[in-house]
Ligand binder design. Structure first.
Ligand code: ATP
Ligand code: MG
Length: 139
């Protein structure tokens, strides 16, 4: 399994707040290169599928509503040890607990509206990238 690829979304709270450019700038400035990127939107069905691992969690309904509430940016990022490096860059799920300088500390509103998604394993990075991008969309 490739260990140099991760998948991210800039979530609806961050696109609505006008943080998209600043977040992309921080991603590139932290040494990630962009392999694929698109401005798009999740339907409720898409969000249910994407977050299916969380369907038993109490916040699942809220998560699906939120993730389908506005535009997102989906992207595939490349760097050595990408999954771990990107999770360090985005910080803890709850922005109140995220380390200073991380994307969530800087831009997230709350534990649910937390600005960005980052894959949690190489396997999920591949699955999530394939959810949004076909092979010909990679540069
Ligand atoms: P992500 O998968 O989006 O990168 P994460 O891996 O840090 O986030 P997960 O545990 O995978 O966190 O949760 C997925 C998403 O579900 C979170 O990013 C957040 O939007 C939402 N979420 C997680 N925990 C809660 C909670 N306690 N209350 C509300 N929403 C939550
Ligand atoms: Mg997760």
């Amino acid at each position: 399994m490739a260990d140099n690829i991760t998948f991210t979304m800039i979530k609806p709270d961050a696109t609505a707040a006008g943080h998209t450019g600043k977040i992309i700038d921080k991603i590139i400035g932290s040494g990630f290169s962009i392999r694929a990127m698109k401005w798009t939107r999740l339907s409720k069905e898409d969000a249910e599928k994407f977050y299916a691992v969380h369907r038993e969690r109490p916040f699942f309904g809220e998560l699906v509503e939120y993730m389908s509430s506005g535009p997102i940016v989906a992207a595939v990022l490349e760097k050595n040890n990408a999954v771990e490096e990107y999770r360090k860059l985005i910080g803890a799920t709850d922005p109140a607990k995220a380390e200073a300088g991380t994307i969530r500390a800087l831009f997230a509103k709350s534990i649910s509206a937390n600005a960005v998604h980052g894959s949690d394993s190489n396997e999920n990075a591949a699955i999530e990238s394939a959810f949004f991008f076909s092979a010909r969309e990679f540069a």
